[in-house]
Structure formats: C-alpha cells, structure tokens
Design a protein around this ligand. Structure first.
Ligand SMILES: Nc1ncnc2c1ncn2[C@@H]1O[C@H](COP(=O)(O)OP(=O)(O)O)[C@@H](O)[C@H]1O
Ligand SMILES: [Mg+2]
Length: 265
C-alpha cells in the first residue's frame, strides 16, 4: 500500500492534525497535553535513501536508518544545552497500520501564541525577549561545543508558547555548519561554481544541504541574526562584527546560497 494511504488511515484515527512539515505530521492526543509525531517516511524509506545504522529495533528485528539514529543522538546531545526550550520528547519505535516500521515520538503539546519566523520588530513583552536572549545564548554555547544548529528555517519551528516563552518545536533536524574553508575547498573557483549553478549539487560538502535541498545551518544562522536585530533590537553593526555571524559574509558562501535560493523559487 502506498505511504499516502497509510497516512490517511492514521489521520482517520487521529482527526484534527495539529500541524505538518516536510518530515513530520503531528496529531493531538486525547489527554490534550501530548502530541504524536508521525514521520512521513518509514525507516525502510529512510534506509533506502541514507542507509542503515545497523541497529535493530523491535522484536521483529527492524533496522534503524542512519538519519533516525543521528536524530536520536542529537536529541540527547542537545538536552544539556537547550533542553529548557524543547518540549519533553519521547521517541519510540513501532509499526504503522501497514506493518511498516516508523520511529514515532510523543511530545508535550505547545499552545503556540506566535511563530518567531515572522518577527519583524522588537518583541514588546520583556519576559519574551529575556526568554529569546537565553535561547540564543544557549544555542551559541551549544554551537561552540557541538558545532550544530537547530532548524530555525521552517515555519512553526521556533515559537512562543501561551506564556510568551520560547519553545523549539522542531527537534529532528539539527545540522552542522560547514566551515568557510571546507566550502572553498569544495567550490574553489568560478568554474566549479558554474557547475553548481547548472545543478551539480553533489559538489557541495556533506551536510551543507539537508535531504530536501535546504542549507539548514546557514538559514538558521541568518535567522538567529535576524532575531537578534529585529526581535531583540540589538545594534546591526555590533551583531555584524560578531565572529559567530562571520560565515554569513563570506563571498563564496553568499554565491552558493544565492544559487541554492534559486532552487526554492
Ligand atoms: N509539540 C507540539 N505542539 C504543538 N504543535 C506542534 C508540536 N509539534 C509540532 N507541532 C506543529 O506541527 C508542525 C510540524 O512539526 P515539525 O516538528 O516542525 O515538523 P517538520 O520536522 O516536518 O518540520 C509545527 O510547525 C507545529 O505547527
Ligand atoms: Mg518544521
């Protein structure tokens, strides 16, 4: 049975889908405090694309994909840095209604009062600004140690809850920021850039773009800069002098990002 049939059957059992992104469909549960996150792709589909990590789950011996294993690892690793901003999440392995293996999770439900992707001006509430300041500080600490950034690019990924506090909802797409040197190594001259412009995406360093072709870490870095400037009202010249944001001003990187932007238009 095709996966869309499996999905619609899940939707029949759990009406009023709360939200959906490129990877997840999210359903409310009866207790009202919890949501069920259903990955759009089965582990077998993920294994076909990315390979198996070799670990078996469930008594039936189903294998876990490399990408899910990375997500589970990241979820643990980020906890000590930004755990306070992430709704409690419990991943679990199970078979769907078609007997296909998926890695689900239960997550505390967040009542979303604002999507921080859409912030254009300084946030009026002091406690929300404080919460965002702390979030950005902790993300930067995490980046210093783990070199990964959360996916802040998607709609509804970073939100304010009903108390006006920051919550990172999308917890399954942490990405490494490729260094300028590595990017220059991969796209050293205009000739290579032309190949990239002509569609040769495999020239890019591993992990520069995610499975749907988005340069997540770069988009997240740009979004963090926006949040500091717009939502917190910090001075642009100070932010742009900050080492953390330096990659955004690297010329080759800007050319590569401009090329990739064309993909999503
Ligand atoms: N815990 C939650 N509480 C409330 N809404 C949620 C929750 N988790 C996800 N959602 C909704 O579902 C959408 C998709 O979830 P997300 O984790 O961003 O999936 P994807 O990885 O596919 O982008 C979110 O943008 C949000 O609107
Ligand atoms: Mg999302």
């Amino acid at each position: 049975m095709p996966p869309q049939v499996a999905r619609s059957r899940v939707s029949e059992c759990l009406p009023n889908r709360l939200g959906a992104g490129a990877r997840m469909e999210v359903f409310p549960l009866v207790d009202e405090h919890t949501v069920l996150r259903v990955p759009r792709r089965t582990e077998q589909q993920l294994i076909d694309e990315f390979g198996s990590c070799g670990r078996k789950a469930l008594a039936t011996g189903h294998e876990v994909s490399i990408s899910t294993e990375r997500e589970l690892h990241d979820l643990e690793a980020i906890e000590s840095y930004i755990g306070a901003f992430v709704p409690d999440t419990t991943p679990f392995a199970d078979l769907d209604l078609n007997g296909e293996f998926r890695y689900y999770s239960l997550q505390r439900r967040v009542t979303i009062s604002a999507d921080l992707r859409n912030v254009r001006s300084k946030m009026p509430a002091y406690h929300s600004r404080r919460s965002l300041e702390r979030f950005i500080r902790d993300v930067r600490d995490m980046f210093d140690s783990l070199r990964i950034l959360p996916d802040l690019a998607g709609p509804g990924n970073l939100v304010l809850d009903r108390f006006g506090l920051v919550k990172l909802i999308d917890i399954n797409n942490f990405r490494r920021l490729v260094s300028n040197e590595e990017l220059e190594g991969a796209i050293p001259d205009d000739e290579t850039l032309t190949l990239l412009i002509n569609g040769q995406r495999d020239l890019l360093p591993a992990g520069f773009i995610d499975d749907i072709g988005l340069p997540i870490a770069d988009l997240s870095l740009a979004h963090l800069r926006n949040l500091e400037i717009r939502a917190l009202g910090r001075a642009v010249n100070k932010i742009d002098a900050d080492e953390f944001y330096r990659p955004l001003f690297h010329q080759r990187r800007q050319q590569v990002l401009a090329t990739l932007k064309g993909d999503s238009v």
